[in-house]
Design a protein around this ligand. Structure first.
Ligand code: TUI
Length: 318
């Protein structure tokens, strides 16, 4: 499998982006993915600027390959994170959980390629108009904060709407998913959940075990009523959250702020403490297919090899 032009320009071998998972995607994972021929991403999440700066240093100490930073736009530290990212002149900036419009000129002036993650055609169009270098079209099969659409209808509609590279995300965890994404017109993919189980991923072993143990139906979406849907592995915490959320939604004047108390810090508790009682183990629907811990480079080789085989076999059917 060859890199498509976006990746060729960057000197990246395979059209695979690693999701910028908050609290999970640190400099070590990003470097491992980039060393394996993909595009590693540091997830800034809700971290302060100094933490992001440190992780950029870590990644630079572990790889001479290009990597990126994902800026989570709902972060209370978004402005200082952006300052850090601009100063670091990272090759790629991805964004999530919001509209990055007002920052794009600055990212481009710093020499970064800008790739917003979008959940809809409207946002993809808006981004293309502003001059971004590509978009990740992310379906609701993904882990974490999600939009409304599923990947299969979202990706081709975004591909038809814009004339920049579109990378597919949500529900992609092996070569079949990658091959399918190419058939939808994507120029690459972003995978998060599969990399949760990479050897280089610094998360609590309870988290990796939960991903590996998960079956197809073991994720659920919290926060739909409250207006901020987040896909997580089912556990005590997610069930309690949903129960409270549903009860609140039935009131004439729902007060969803109550849910913040429960949700605040829950991803950190999952990642660092492996806390199954109060932790939010964000993961995508493809978790049911993730069966073992493997080095990131091996994951990439496996996925790319399978996609290559499928795409060359597909020629027989046309
Ligand atoms: O951003 C993500 N996934 C994330 S961010 C995250 S950290 C977090 N934790 C708790 C609550 C919220 C965030 C965990 N997972 N994916 C990219 C993505 N962006 N998915 C959907 C969107 C999105 C949604 C709405 C982008 C823009 C948007 O609307 C923007 C607007 O204002 O029009």
């Amino acid at each position: 499998m060859k890199a498509t032009p976006f990746f060729q320009e960057l000197g990246i071998k395979y059209p695979i982006i690693q999701g910028g998972m908050a609290w999970v995607a640190d400099g070590q994972l990003a470097a491992a993915v980039s060393n394996g021929g993909g595009l590693g991403i540091i997830g800034a999440g809700n971290a302060p600027g100094a933490v992001v700066a440190e992780q950029i240093k870590v990644a630079r100490s572990l790889t001479d390959k290009p990597f990126g930073v994902n800026v989570m736009l709902m972060s209370p530290f978004v402005e200082e994170v952006i300052e850090v990212v601009l100063k670091a002149h990272v090759p790629v900036v991805t964004t999530g959980a919001g509209n990055p419009g007002k920052y794009i000129d600055d990212f481009k002036a710093a020499g970064s390629k800008v790739v917003p993650v979008v959940p809809s055609v409207a946002l993809a169009r808006m981004m293309a108009r502003i001059g971004v270098d590509g978009v990740v079209a992310e379906g609701g099969e993904s882990g974490g904060h999600i939009g409304q659409l599923a990947t299969l209808p979202l990706v081709p509609q975004v591909v038809d709407a814009v004339d920049i590279p579109v990378f597919a995300a949500g529900g992609i965890g092996d070569g079949r998913g990658v091959a399918a994404a190419f058939m939808l017109g994507a120029a690459g993919v972003q995978m998060g959940t599969r990399f949760l189980a990479a050897s280089e991923t610094n998360i609590h072993e309870n988290y990796k075990k939960a991903v590996i143990k998960a079956k197809d139906i073991d994720t659920q979406v919290t926060g739909r009523f409250a207006g901020s849907p987040v896909r997580v592995l089912k556990n005590k915490m997610s069930k309690k959250f949903l129960k409270l959320e549903k009860a609140e939604a039935q009131k004439p004047e729902p007060d969803f702020a109550k849910l913040d108390e429960l949700g605040n810090g829950s991803l950190r508790r999952a990642v660092q403490e492996g806390d199954k009682e109060t932790g939010s183990f964000m993961a995508g629907e493809i978790a049911g297919m993730v069966k073992k811990v493997q080095p990131a480079a091996e994951i990439i080789q496996e996925v790319v090899g399978q996609a290559d085989q499928l795409l060359s076999d597909a020629g027989r059917f046309v």
